[in-house]
Design a protein around this ligand. Sequence first.
Ligand code: HEM
Length: 222
Amino acid sequence: MASESRSLQISTAPVTMFAHLIVTAVATLLLVWLLAKQEGFAFKSHNKLKIFDLHPLFMIIGFILIGGEAMMAYKTIPATKIAQKTVHLLLNLVALLAGIVGIYAVFKYHHESGIPDLYSLHSWLGIGTICLFGLQWLLGFLSFVFPGAEMSRRASFLPWHRFFGPVFFLMAVCTAEAGLVQRLLLLRIFQGQEALIVNFIGILLILYTVSVGLTVVLPRAH
Ligand code: HEM
């Protein structure tokens, strides 16, 4: 009987290519939204909206798109297992650091604008996601990279790491979807070109999640 993944009858290559196309499309739409329709970016400015705009920039391009690339590294990097592992670890670290900078930016925006912190479902999901993602990275580092981890401990932790990686990625995408909706509502944008751009970012993020998930479970092309 064919193995479970072979029974899906396709290999990773076309799905991964689709995922990369989505990365380009989301990054482009996001930059068009934030630069042409919103205020652009700055860490320090009298225009506080510029500080806020760093939040979706770092969370979507840094945390989600790069985090997805990190998950696909074992299929996309045509090199040794150790090289793939290094790319996986480093891209996840970049995603985590970008996530921390993005969250720092929105806290800074809130403080400088006199807005209270952590009042929304989005912000609660966001804090939970970044903490769990950070914990997953740390445990992964200690189990698979840090010298001295026993082989038996590595083997028993691996299935948990494989399960929770996609779970936390999905949590990140759900958080971003809630963030996009909340931003449109706060800006009182209900229709028109800007709403279309933002809604398409939301749809493409779901398609990205599906293609990243498929890339992870499908067999590599030979
Ligand atoms: C995985 C991605 C994301 C995470 C982990 C995240 C996390 C957070 C956190 C922790 C806060 C609370 C800051 C505070 O209370 O001072 C926040 C606020 C906010 N975020 Fe995000 N965010 C993400 C993506 C997005 C995106 C894509 C948008 C779309 C523009 C967005 C819009 C907002 C808005 C409008 C606020 C201020 C209102 C509020 O506190 O709910 N977020 N985010």
